[in-house]
Design a protein around this ligand. Sequence first.
Ligand code: SF4
Length: 278
Amino acid sequence: MPDDLRPHPVTGTLFPSPVPPGTGWPGDPADASTPVALTPADVARLAASAVGTAELDARVSVCRACPRLVGWRESVARTGRRASFADQPYWGRPGPGFGGPDDGAVEVLVVGLAPAANGTNRTGRMFTGDRSGDWLYAALHRGGFASLPTSVASGDGQALHGLRIVAAVRCAPPANKPTPTERDTCGAWLDRDLELAAPGLRSMLALGLIGWDATLAAARRRGWDVPRPKPRFGHGAEVALGTPYGVVRLVGSYHVSQQNTFTGKLTEEMLDDVVSRL
Ligand code: SF4
């Protein structure tokens, strides 16, 4: 086997890292003709003109508008793979939203922070292949939103029901810390996610302060009615947002990061509680 090709853990198909669009990766929403955003203006234009979540996901998944994050995600994919995953290909692209039209109308949006370098950046699917995802999908499964209690790899049969997972920032950032400029640039993709989901949306779950702030900022940019002063984030915090289609509830949760789950700051019961309110 050529040194730079590795087998997908489910299908066994060989891929380089990062994975070129449209080459057969399970769940890859893009192909070679998908337009690539190279600047913040491109992101705004391509997000606003995406006609549905399938097109939005495709465009997100090939975005190259933040040079620092593109460099980081691709360097991890090429040469920075974790030893335990060294035999796997790395997606090395932005994480597209997961859950959408194929699984029925989106009634609930989950907004995370950003992909993990060895999680989504490896598997190509939100919260898939790391400890954070183990917690999140187990809770979504208990709450009836996910087919499986685990989410280990694209192509594993996991499916979401009426729920879609997106993030404030779609590329893995160094030290899990995107810059304000990167958050602003990527916010245009989130804006369009809110806009596309709005007609059938019932509630949103924001994971962590960054997810909370990003969701409120996107809601404000979309012209939704957001209380002033800005509602404070906390685990279990809840605020009603007015949209052109009715009221959407935003619920806050501590992020499912290992920092929170290992220390007991976030327990399964606490996560189940917020999921039950969606
Ligand atoms: S963080 Fe967002 S805007 Fe920046 S390159 Fe990744 S997908 Fe594009």
